[in-house]
Design a protein around this ligand. Structure first.
Ligand code: HEC
Length: 276
C-alpha cells in the first residue's frame, strides 16, 4: 500500500511538507534511478525498504507482450474472472511464463471483486482498476514523470472514457450478433454499462451485455499492453494527468457530465488558491 494518499490527491507538485523528509532520499536517488531505469530496468530501494518495512522493488520485470494475444486472454478470462481480474491476468499470466516471480506469487483471482465496479457497486469499471493495478505493479509509484504507474493508469481511464467501446473485436466472439458501441464519457462502471444498456436496449443479465463487457475488458488489456510496450521501449510519453491536482476535488475531468452547467466550486486548499 502506498502511504500518504492525500499528498497525491492534493499537492500540486506531488510532495507535501509532511512527505518532504520521507521522500528526500527517494528524490535524491530518483534522478539517477530514473536514468538507470530508462537504461534498462534496474531495481532500487523504495521508501518502505529504507524504513525497514516490506521490500518493494520497482519496476517489476516486464517483457513486451503481444496486444492481440493479451486481448484474447482478457476476453476469455472475463467469463471466469470478470473485468478487473481478467485485465490483470491477461498480462500477469503471460509474465508468469516469461518471467516467473513476482508474478507467480501475485493473487490474481482475488481481484475478482472488481466485478461490477467493485463488488457490484458500479464505481470504477473493473477493467480500469485492473489496468491501474498492472501499471502500478510493473512501473511502480512515482519516481519521475517518465516512470509513474499512476499516470499511465490515469491515461487509461481517460482513453476508456473517450473510446467507442468496445474497441476490440475478439477472434471468436461468444455473441455473434452485432454489439453496439458507445462512448461512456466516464471511467465508472455504472455510467459505462448504463449508457451502453440504454443504446443497446439490453438488460444487465443479457448475453449481449456480458459479451460487451468482455470485449471492453479485452480492449483495455490491448491498449494497456501497447502503452507498456512503449514504456519498455523508452518511447512512452504519458498523457495521464491527476484531475484532483487541478480541480480541487477528486473526480473525472468532465464535471458537467453529472453537474450540468452548474458545477459547484470546492473549497480549495491554501496552496492551490495562492497558486492561481
Ligand atoms: C460522476 C458524476 C459526477 C462528476 C463527473 C462530478 N461530480 Fe461533483 N458531485 C456529484 C454528486 C452526485 C455530488 C453530490 C451532490 C449533492 O449531494 O447534492 C457531487 C458533489 C460535488 C461537490 C460538493 C457538494 C456540492 O454540491 O457543492 C463539489 C464541490 C463537486 N461535486 C465538484 C465537482 C467538480 C469540480 C467536478 C469535476 C472535476 C465534479 N464535481 C464532477 C457527481 C459528480
Amino acid at each position: 500500500m502506498r502511504e500518504g494518499k492525500e499528498e497525491v490527491l492534493l499537492s500540486s507538485e506531488g510532495i507535501s511538507r509532511r512527505g518532504l523528509f520521507r521522500n528526500a532520499g527517494k528524490l535524491a536517488i530518483g534522478a539517477t534511478a530514473a536514468a538507470a531505469m530508462t537504461a534498462g530496468g534496474l531495481s532500487f530501494l523504495s521508501g518502505a525498504e529504507a524504513k525497514g518495512g516490506r521490500t518493494e522493488k520497482w519496476p517489476w520485470p516486464y517483457v513486451k507482450l503481444d496486444p492481440e494475444t493479451t486481448a484474447e486472454i482478457a476476453y476469455n478470462d472475463w467469463y471466469r474472472l470478470f473485468c478487473g481480474a481478467a485485465v490483470v491476468n491477461s498480462v500477469f499470466s503471460q509474465l508468469r511464463e516469461k518471467v516467473g516471480e513476482p508474478y507467480n506469487s501475485f493473487p490474481v483471482d482475488a481481484f475478482v471483486f472488481l466485478e461490477g465496479g467493485i463488488s457490484g457497486w458500479g464505481t470504477v469499471c473493473g477493467s480500469n482498476a485492473g489496468a491501474n493495478i498492472v501499471s502500478n505493479c510493473i512501473i511502480g509509484p512515482r519516481i519521475a514523470e517518465s516512470a509513474d504507474g499512476m499516470l499511465m493508469g490515469s491515461e487509461m481511464m481517460q482513453w476508456y472514457s473517450e473510446a467507442r467501446m468496445p474497441v476490440y473485436m475478439p477472434k471468436n466472439p461468444k455473441v455473434k450478433t452485432e454489439i453496439p458501441k458507445t462512448v461512456s464519457n466516464s471511467p465508472l462502471c455504472h455510467i459505462s454499462v448504463g449508457r451502453w444498456m440504454k443504446a443497446a436496449n439490453k438488460d444487465l443479465m443479457s448475453p449481449e451485455r456480458k459479451d460487451r463487457c468482455a470485449r471492453v475488458t479485452a480492449s483495455v488489456a490491448y491498449h494497456l499492453v501497447e502503452l507498456l510496450n512503449q514504456w519498455k521501449d523508452n518511447t512512452y510519453a504519458t498523457k495521464g494527468t491527476i484531475p484532483s491536482k487541478t480541480c480541487g476535488i477528486t473526480g473525472q475531468h468532465n464535471c458537467t457530465d453529472c453537474h450540468g452547467s452548474n458545477v459547484p466550486a470546492p473549497p480549495l486548499p491554501k496552496k492551490m488558491t495562492s497558486e492561481k
